[in-house]
Write a protein that binds this ligand. Structure first.
Ligand code: UDP
Length: 238
């Protein structure tokens, strides 16, 4: 079996990554596949922290644009991430992977509250921890939440799952000459406004020297490739 190059990872899944071909909600087949890929990496001994977005259900900014109070809208967005986290937990446990959901907002009849020391204990015991409800604060994103939790639990890397295999000089869907960057620095990402994660998330990773790897999680086997150090996607570091 290939040897993992990371001991503990933070995997950031977007809400949209759970939709499959639909334009809303969760595709059970997609979430089952993700669970199996995550299990494969867990079986290699890698400790796994997960943050999932909510964009497949609600995004605060979108609701605010339609006239809703922004803070209320962000609360709805955060609750959407809890639903996704529960769905992931369910799929992971069906796949035989012990999983805990920890929420930044107290809803402890549904899942655990986020307590850092308890999260660390879960990870040490080999449980997958899904951090739900983002940072618990409006005006943030789940990318920022993933960076924050990754730094808090001392993850070795931030793995940002997307639909393309890394960061390109232009939109590879529209421009056939767009080139994949294999490596970038945090400052290049910020200065060139490259679509990796939002600036808050990048700055947090930069300030704590947490490398970011952007990769295509729609390709089966890609998570395992990343974790075993294959040259896929784009790595952002100093
Ligand atoms: N959100 C928030 N605070 C956070 C994280 C998320 O208010 O710390 C809300 C925000 O409204 C956001 C929504 O939750 O639009 C869903 O998260 P995000 O847009 O990051 O999801 P993704 O794009 O990854 O699916």
């Amino acid at each position: 079996m290939a040897t993992p190059v990371y001991r503990r990872i933070m995997l950031k899944l977007s809400g949209e990554g759970l939709m499959g071909d639909a334009d809303y909600g969760i595709d059970p087949a997609v979430i089952r596949r993700l669970a199996i890929e995550i299990r494969e990496v867990r079986e290699m001994g890698v400790e796994i922290a997960l943050v999932v977005g909510g964009g497949n259900i609600f995004r605060g900014a979108g609701l605010a644009q339609a006239g809703m109070d922004r803070v209320t809208a962000d609360h709805m967005g955060m609750l959407a991430t809890v639903m996704n986290a529960l769905a992931l937990q369910d799929a992971l446990e069906h796949a035989g992977v012990f999983t805990r959901v920890m929420s930044a907002i107290k809803i402890n009849q549904v899942c655990e509250d986020y307590i850092r020391r308890r999260a660390l204990r879960h990870l040490e015991k080999g449980r997958v921890v899904v951090f739900a409800a983002g940072t618990g604060n409006p005006f943030f994103t789940t990318d920022s939440a993933a960076s924050l939790r990754a730094v808090e639990v001392n993850a070795d890397v931030m793995l940002k799952a997307t639909k393309v295999d890394g960061v390109y000089s232009d939109d590879p869907m529209r421009n056939p000459d767009a080139e994949r960057f294999r490596r970038l620095t945090y400052d290049e990402v910020l200065e060139r406004k490259l679509m990796v994660m939002d600036a808050t998330a990048i700055v947090l990773c930069r300030d704590h020297s947490l490398p970011i790897q952007v990769f295509d999680m729609t390709r089966p086997g890609s998570l395992k490739d990343v974790v075993t150090g294959a040259d896929v996607g784009t790595i952002v570091q100093r």
